[in-house]
Design a binder for this molecule. Structure first.
Ligand code: NAP
Length: 423
């Protein structure tokens, strides 16, 4: 879909410094960003650079948001590497002219300009942004189907340009949600991408949605997704067990909804298991997976297997996740951080009638339901570190190395104080 966009900048408005804003509704022609360019793809520490670029124009259904704080997500580790997708090349193929990527899929901010067809948001509104974008005229969506499965569905600030790592972000109006009044700008920017993704994984797949009393195994229990997943399980009356590497991470997970944790470093059966004909190898692998399952039983005090396994490590853990999941249960996955080639032993998969479900992003209804829980104070945004604009490259490099995995890292953009923004 080609969008006719109009500039909303005024040449007399100077580019504000980071940590400041222009007068409400006044948009400068240039803005500070942390941009990735294809000739810098690789280590996020050097792929991102502080630059000045033109402030984006907006289309009739779009909104320009002055970003107060931005959340860091793993997707821009991938974008900075240019792997597995070269986002700039994909967009250039679609006809977009920019030769850079301004990512960032989480924002809190203030509406500075609205497109001509936007009726439900006004300049001055305090908002957060969910990451699901799609074409308004997508025939799949017109038929009333799930927006996030539509051929045009994308993740804002990863698949699209002008995310939250710039002073002004361009969003579709349906992505906007009211900011929780009790949260600072930094807190509000932290959880939406991981929280809405976790909400869809746990509530979006009819027949296997989380139910009162359900046991759910959550990989990466101290991380961005994991801390949101455990809280959502808790809110639904279920019990989350976190998998982590280290007691400090386990304790963090238990502060955020998990009833217990397993340190995965005690086990070594990870990755692709020996093939079916390798009887000795299979026996050894199964003993490892069973020992891990026993650790779950010890935590729950009985022989109970998880109704849902919340997956994102991928290749390293999928065989164990599917082995452990109870018959009729679901392994739901949204990433393959450790690798994309995972093995399923189909004998057990069909006879025990388990479900292996992919999940990606969020649709509007799921995002709004999640944001209602945040606004009601039922979900902690799990802010890990609050960093400055020029820490964006370092924060992604550390995330890519698996360091500092405690909740969600946040960057101050228009805000100059981590506590500012609470009402
Ligand atoms: P994060 O905060 O960095 O957490 C990643 C977690 O993975 C860590 O807590 C780590 O926990 C765990 N981990 C690392 N290596 C592991 C291994 N070999 N085995 C088991 N666990 C391992 O990242 P995140 O924000 O939760 O995101 C995780 C992944 O999901 C990323 O690839 C991201 O791109 C993806 N994602 C996808 C979507 C979507 O819509 N499709 C949305 C959000 C995120 P321990 O070391 O403590 O075990």
């Amino acid at each position: 879909m080609t969008i006719e966009r109009t500039s909303v900048s005024t040449s007399t408005t100077p580019t504000p410094d980071i940590g400041t804003l222009p007068p409400l509704g006044e948009v400068p022609t240039r803005m500070h960003v942390q941009a990735v360019r294809p000739d810098r793809y690789g280590d996020p520490a050097t792929a991102f650079q502080h630059e000045l670029v033109d402030t984006p124009a907006i289309g009739p259904d779009e909104v320009l948001v002055a970003v107060m704080a931005a959340g860091i997500n793993y997707n821009n580790v991938w974008a900075a590497r240019g792997y597995p997708v070269d986002q700039v090349a994909v967009r250039n193929k679609r006809g977009e002219v920019e030769d850079f990527h301004v990512g960032g899929s989480d924002a809190s901010g203030i509406v500075y300009a609205v497109g001509s067809a936007v009726t439900d948001w006004q300049v001055g509104d305090h908002v957060v942004v969910h990451p699901g974008v799609w074409d308004a005229d997508d025939p799949w969506i017109a038929r009333g189907r799930d927006q996030m499965i539509a051929p045009s569905a994308k993740i804002w600030g990863y698949d699209t340009n002008y995310g939250s790592f710039g002073q002004f972000a361009r969003v579709q109006s349906h992505q906007l949600m009211p900011k929780a009044e009790q949260l600072s700008w930094a807190e509000a920017a932290a959880p939406t991408l991981v929280g809405t993704t976790a909400y869809r994984m746990l509530h979006g797949w009819a027949g296997n949605t989380v139910q009162e009393g359900d046991l759910v195994l959550v990989w990466g229990g101290s991380g961005g997704l994991g801390t949101q997943a455990s809280q959502l399980v808790n809110a639904a009356g279920g019990r989350a067990i976190a998998v982590v590497s280290g007691d400090d991470r386990g304790e963090y997970a238990m502060k955020h909804g998990a009833i217990g944790y397993i340190d995965r470093r005690r086990f070594d059966h990870w990755g692709v298991p020996p093939l079916v004909d390798d009887k000795a190898g299979q026996k050894e692998w199964t003993a490892g997976a069973r020992a891990f399952g026993k650790a779950v039983w010890e935590l729950v005090g009985g022989r109970e297997d998880p109704a849902i396994v919340f997956e994102h490590p991928g290749a390293a853990t999928i065989p164990t996740s599917i082995f452990l999941c109870q018959p009729g249960g679901m392994v739901v996955i949204c990433a393959g951080t450790t690798g994309f080639d995972a093995m399923v032993d189909l004998r057990y998969h069909w006879t025990r009638q388990k479900r292996f479900q992919g999940s990606h992003g969020t649709n509007d209804a799921q995002a709004y339901a999640y944001n209602d829980l945040v606004r009601a104070g039922k979900i902690d945004p799990c802010v890990g570190r609050v960093l400055s604009f020029d820490d964006i490259p370092r924060a992604h490099a550390e995330m890519g190395r698996g360091e500092e995995v405690f909740g969600n890292t946040v960057i101050l953009v228009g805000a100059d104080d981590p506590a500012a923004g609470r009402q």
